[in-house]
Design a protein around this ligand. Structure first.
Ligand SMILES: O=c1ccn([C@@H]2O[C@H](COP(=O)(O)OP(=O)(O)O[C@H]3OC[C@@H](O)[C@H](O)[C@H]3O)[C@@H](O)[C@H]2O)c(=O)[nH]1
Length: 446
């Protein structure tokens, strides 16, 4: 009799534990299918057509509370309850172990191509955690290369590349390139520098050091290891241009002691350094003159016109046009720029190349375009004080890129802005961002 009841109890326990394990398995399965964690990265990566990207969720709390409910629902007798509790505590321990292991095993990553060791390159990207850098890193990684990101996180963010953390082809170095760096690389994309006017003006000495000392260090590294190096220069080398649109042959119109000088003169020196190393040390250099670029992963408080206007439009705040709004810019979507950078690195063309979208708008028009793309936007568009030395007209002549790289932008302003607006909407929903001041407002109050 006693033996039989013991047997009965054992069977009950085994059944109980088995059903709990089945339950656990179902929860894991459900959780792996989708979750709210890092939706931004998932969306971003999916937009770039990566597949299989599905970070693992936190599941412990959910499972345990469900188990407690089960125990409450099945209080058949005390001993069964006791055994269920023991099972629960054992599962609890196992879950903790799984969580520890999950921390060690690689997550699921965007799909990367396999490259044989002859095709696979080691590619260093300075500023790789920044806005442009991180999009470039995504493409290089999916192509199957080994990528080393170097960033000092002055304006870059770990969040932009965290979906690669732990991948065997990916390495992240927290380093300021103002100091020398000793790594091995076949190619270097040298993008490190603050790029937003309010950011680079905030610490002009740091900006000029990054573009001069930092560039010397990267050119020195390229010489030592025999790497090809691409320098990210800018349309700002043309200053407030007297020639329109701007071809690469134009020498520019720059104020050497103005508020923008740390950046535009810094980049001009960077170009001079590149061609000095090319001539004297036979370093293989490529120089991209990057025009205004926009897209997802721009910081909400980046301070440049695209992020400012979109954030203002999404929150029904006044859209702040600096000056009379008749100054012009031409905006290029980030994926087009990345294509251009890759094309330039691969080409044999060694002189500077303009990379930008030749579609030109006044800033006033641009404010209206953004306002109209945000449904129900009630923002007013207001003009205000002009920015000192603000270039009045800017539009790239991209004949050189067309002829030598067979490159031209593909993403229309409408489409690119829509994707960027969607990104900023997501950013707004994840943070309570209520700072309606632009950097310029903040500066004028201090
Ligand atoms: O809130 C704003 C921000 C900016 N602006 C205006 O919009 C125009 C574009 O300004 P941004 O700050 O976006 O960028 P800028 O064109 O001045 O500089 C950029 O040039 C090319 C790149 O190399 C750099 O990323 C950056 O220096 C300027 O005329 C500026 O005065 C506004 O009217 N309102």
């Amino acid at each position: 009799m006693i033996r039989q009841s013991l047997k009965y109890r054992k069977t009950l326990t085994v059944l109980g534990v088995l059903s709990l394990l089945l339950f656990l398995f179902l929860i894991l399965l459900k959780d792996n299918k989708g979750n709210g964690m890092n939706q931004r990265v998932i969306d971003d990566v999916q937009k770039l057509n990566y597949r299989g990207f599905n970070p693992l969720p936190k599941k412990d709390t959910l499972i345990l509370s469900e188990m407690e409910k089960q125990i409450e629902l099945n209080p058949k007798d005390d001993s069964t309850k006791q055994e269920l509790l023991e099972a629960k505590s054992r599962i609890d321990q196992l879950e903790k172990k799984i969580a520890i292991l999950e921390g060690r095993v690689p997550q699921k990553y965007p799909e990367v191509k396999f490259l044989g060791y002859k095709e696979r390159k080691r590619i260093l990207v300075t500023g790789g955690a920044g806005f442009v850098g991180s999009h470039l890193v995504d493409v290089l990684m999916t192509q199957g290369h080994e990528v080393i990101v170097v960033d000092n996180f002055f304006t870059g963010r770990k969040r932009n590349v965290e979906h690669w953390f732990g991948h065997r082809n990916f390495e992240m170095i927290h380093h300021d390139i103002v100091n020398p760096l000793y790594v091995e690389a076949d190619e270097i994309y040298h993008l490190a520098s603050p790029a937003s006017p309010p950011h680079y003006m905030q610490n002009p000495v740091k900006t000029i050091k990054t573009n001069t000392l930092g560039t010397i260090n990267m050119l020195g590294l390229a010489r030592r290891v025999g790497a090809k190096i691409l320098i990210a220069s800018t349309s700002e080398v043309y200053g407030d241009p007297m020639v329109h649109p701007q071809p690469e042959s134009y020498w520019g119109h720059v104020n050497p002691i103005g508020p923008r000088a740390c950046y535009d003169e810094g980049k001009r020196v960077a170009e001079t350094l590149a061609y000095s190393y090319a001539k004297q040390e036979k370093v293989a250099v490529r120089v991209a003159r990057i025009f205004n670029t926009y897209g997802p992963r721009m910081h909400v408080s980046d301070g440049r016109v695209v992020s400012n206007f979109i954030m203002q439009a999404l929150q029904n705040l006044t859209i702040t046009v600096y000056g009379n709004g008749r100054q012009t810019r031409s905006f290029c979507y980030v994926s087009d720029l990345v294509d251009g950078l890759l094309g330039l690195m691969a080409s044999s063309y060694t002189l500077p190349v303009n990379l930008g979208n030749p579609v030109e708008n006044t800033i006033q028009e641009f404010a209206m375009i953004i306002k109209n793309l945000v449904p129900g936007c009630r923002s007013m568009v207001a003009t205000g004080a002009a920015v000192e030395d603000d270039p009045q007209r800017r539009r790239p002549d991209i004949t050189v890129a067309r002829d030598n790289l067979h490159w031209e932008p593909k993403v229309s302003l409408q489409e690119g802005l829509q994707r960027t607006i969607d990104y900023f909407k997501e950013e707004l929903s994840r943070t309570t961002f209520y700072n309606n001041q632009t950097y310029m407002d903040m500066k004028s109050h201090h």
